[in-house]
Structures are given as structure tokens and as C-alpha cells.
Design a protein around this ligand. Sequence first.
Ligand SMILES: Cc1ncc(COP(=O)(O)O)c(C=O)c1O
Length: 369
Amino acid sequence: MQGIIDLRRVTSPLLERMDADIASTSRNLAASWAASSEMRQHRKFGTPADRQAASCFLSGRYAERIDPARIFLANGTQNVLLLLLSALCPKGGTVLVEEMTYRQIRDVANLLGLTLHAVALDEHGISPDALEEACRAYRPQVLYCIPTVQNPTASVMPAERRIAIAEIARAHCVTIIEDEAQGLIPLDPPAPIGAIAPDITWTVTGLSKCLMVGLRVAYVVAPAGKAPTDVLGPYEDMAFWYASGLAAALVTRMVETGIAADIRSAIQGEAAHRQSLARTILPSFLAEDRSGLHLWIKRPPLAGAILAETAAAHGVLVRSAREYALDCDAARPGIRVSLADVARDELASGLQRLAVSLSPRTVSGGEHR
Ligand SMILES: Cc1ncc(COP(=O)(O)O)c(C=O)c1O
């Protein structure tokens, strides 16, 4: 076996065109930008041109163009989560999250002294019954969720489920923070919850997966009828969340020139190609039609921790369910497999190793751990 293949990190896949795109955008910017005056300013919320570009880049995701006054820029989703949870939850407040979710939400909640409670998932995402029960039991201020290409389970919540989730949240006066980290990756996903329930939802679209993580830019769409400043007033002068002027200028220029749309569609094509490669190599584990930059594989009754250990012994690294679970329960089934971070041929080798490691002869013990 040659070298370890690491299928843990989910990021935008490397495209041949990216170096040329960054170089040409930088040249274009340098030729026409009032750099010294712009770089001496903070980019708080983004400039009008930034917000206009954001509205344009997000337009395919909503039936109607979002008013740029509802949009602002920040330096990545993690900072937005810190900002929004600070603004929306009182000290000691309560946030509902999917039972397995983006790992760093726990760090953000710890930092802010907030309590997280888990809501059960099924194959379509958050279970409405579980959400209703959790709202009654815990009286949360916020629901943080990832309806489109859920992390880690890769589910895409159907439209009817999104409506049901929004109705329950509204009935219990719960604000939704919708994380669209991979919202721009599937070819035709249902509209975001922010489009269904614009009165109660903040939708965050980080550009890390659909453009490049190094930009550290996220677009935030605030609830309709609210200027972002209405809620974020107390945090307006705290620069931790501001997008960098240089990064924001680059992103805006990429959107204006159409380069951002081209990169995004190349990444969508790459994700679709890699999903079908995975389906060819691991047919019996991937029955459902999934999209996005990662896979979720279960082999009940085996624990994800066992599957991940066995995969590591075969030279491929993946993440187990327990890493995403609030209860950190090692018996949880499931592993997350990134399709994005290595070249296609290395991915194919990694998936082949995984297929061997998952075969009944390799993991025949059937034990939980
Ligand atoms: C669901 C989810 N949210 C947020 C992030 C991080 O986004 P950003 O790079 O914009 O902070 C990730 C990245 O792994 C993610 O999977």
C-alpha cells in the first residue's frame, strides 16, 4: 500500500483554471481599483458593489433577486455564527442543532456560554416531530441547521420538509440560522429555508466550498424587513467579523466578470463527476442519489468508529459519526467521506481501498463500540 489517502477535509476541489482565474482577477483589479483609498477603510457589511455582486451570485438560489440591503459580507461562516449567536441569543441561551452537525458549532456555543440541544435526523434531515418536541422542552431562541447537503449526512431536505420546519420554528418564536456551506453545489436543490420563511431566517452562504476557502468570505441574507444593522448594532464596531477589503474586492470582481459563476459551475460539475465515480466504486453503499462534496456511508449495525478504524488500517482516512454528534457516542453508525480534497485518481484509489475495508469479509465482527 502506497501512502495514506486522506478523505477527511471537504473543500472546493482543485481546478486547473483556478491559478489563472486568481491571476487575471488580480490584474483586472489592480488596473482599475482605487486601492489605496479602499484599503484604508474597513469593509464593514461590504460596499454597495459587494452587496450587489452578492445578490447576483446568489440569484439562482432564490426565485426573486434578494434586495442587496438585506445582504452583508463577513469573513467566513464561522465568524458569522459567532456574530449571529451573540446577537440573537441571550447569555445562557439555548440553540437547537441537528443531532450530528458541523463540529465547530460546539466551539462557538462554548465560547458564548450557550447550551446546545440535539434534534433527531432522518433521511430527509431534521425530523419535524423531534423539532416540535425540542421547542416545547427547551424553549430555544435559535435553530442552527444545514438543510442542503447536511454535514455530515449529505441529505438534502425536500421542499415540504423545509416548510414544515419553518412553520414549527415560527410557531415557537425560534429564529433560524441556515448554513448553506454547500448550498451552491447541487445542480437543482430546493430553495433555501430563507426563501420559504424570510421573516425568521438568516441564511449564510460561505464561499469556501463553491469558490475558495482562502478568500474567507461569506454572504449573509438577513430576514426580510430587517436591515442587518437592526440586529447587529451592538457588534457593528467589533471588527472580528468584517471581510478583508482585499478578499472582498477580489470576490466582487470575480462575480462582476463572470469568473465566480464559471468556477462555481466547474465545481458543480466536478462534484457530480466525483459522486458518480463513488457510485461506480461503492455501488452497494450509495443507493440514494446524493449531490455535494462528501458521502455518508453506513453499514448497520457497525459503528462509524469501527468503520473509520478499519478504513485507516487500509490506508484511507475518513471521519466517523461520533465526531459530529453532540453526545460523542462512539456507537453511532456512519462515516463521512470527502470527495473534494484530493485529485481524481487519488480519490479513485482511496474509494477502492474504502470498498475493500467495508466489505463483509473485512469487517465481519459486527460489534459496536
Ligand atoms: C456546514 C459548514 N459550515 C461552515 C463551514 C466553514 O465555513 P467557512 O470556511 O465559511 O468558515 C463548513 C466547513 O467545513 C461547514 O461544513
